[in-house]
Ligand binder design. Sequence first.
Ligand code: ARG
Ligand code: ZN
Length: 459
Amino acid sequence: MDEPPPSTTEAAGFPPETVGSAGVGDSFYPLLGNGGYDVIHYEIELDVDPVANTLEATTALSALATHDLSSFNLDLSGLDVEAVAVNGEPAAYTRDGSEMTVRSPVLIPEGEPFSVTVSYSGTPEQIDDPGVPFMTMGWKWVDGVIFTVNQPSAAMSWFPGNNHPTDKATFMFRITVPAGTTAAATGVLVEEVTDDGSTTATWQMDDPMATYLAAVYIGDFERRETLLADGLLIRDYVPSDFDPTLTSALSIAPDAIRYFETIFGPYPFEAYGTLVLPFETGYALENQTLSVHGSDTLDPYIIAHEVMHQWIGNSVTIADWSDIWMNEGFAFYIPFMFLAESQGLDLDEVMAGWYETLLDTKAAPPKGIGIDQLFDFYAVYGRGALTLHALRVEVGDPTFLDILRTHYERAAGAATDTGSFLRIVDELAGRDAVELTRSWLFDTDIPEVPAALEASATE
Ligand code: ARG
Ligand code: ZN
């Protein structure tokens, strides 16, 4: 993954301006995403055999050419491709690792819409992502239960696309499973039809979504639905034999939504829910509108963390994976504010404890991490959270809340980066606040303890 993108130009024999590049220039993942086009919409149709763990699939993308294209790349890993069509015409393609190069039958002019349809089948293969060395990623099968864990690179294990958060799109998922099995996905369930022993569920995501947040879940799940007072749909999916004492944990999500709304503004999507797997996972993931949790990751703090990501991470997305602290630092810190408000948690004490932990572990600066530290609990989550806490102590609550809201509002539905955040800090709080934030994010040494923590830290 650390080789520079190969020159598809030479490989395909076209002049450079007509060929879409094999990556979008991510500093950690040079081959993720593709240049030359923007995806507008994905239609992913999966006919799944959950016993054999095989699928027959078609993914259709509607895209817009951002320059003239005679060929372009899609990211797809494993699986057998049967056919590719561009604007309905059969197209030639080659595959090299996770890069698929499609040669368009006719030149696609800059600015023009076009469609690509890929038919494929097989058993999806797990991806060894260098950012997640502790597990394999992608389409997962455990005893007949299927779920997807894409972040950051593994969407390409089950559908072809422009696999980078800078290219968000709307989605439709149409999933066919044996009747009696539940199929859920990120978005809103718009149709469910049972016919001839099969059920086809159609799920629609009408808000822009990064490919890493797309998810499909198949298994013996029960849907639990509530409509909140303002009409927001909460639909949780729990194993049919779910221990009812665990259900109470899920009810924290609406409270967390209400609290985060006071900070950032209205919940960004049409629905929210928690999908609980019938086994332990050791992690949870903020898949857009339907987070996935294991039976061991259902505590209120983790649920609130994945809810927080719906604003920060999912609506406001990072434009480069090296900015991961902007997802995890926020989603680590702000749920503590929620628990301080709702359950009397002593935030200063928690942050003082974390400050000691950062010293003990010599936590790297969030903007000084290598790819293998993408989900480093100390450098990214802990030091990311203390960055925000130190900023808050420096500028005071009203300015801090103003910074948070501005950060969200400026990039809602789109992507942002550390530089844009620092510009907001500069505008609303001035140079000293920028310098402090920079030292937390970039300096090897851990900055001095934020003033308000001194008392708690020395207790
Ligand atoms: N963003 C996830 C969280 O909310 C990170 C889970 C780590 N695992 C992964 N495969 N990305 O903490
Ligand atoms: Zn997270």
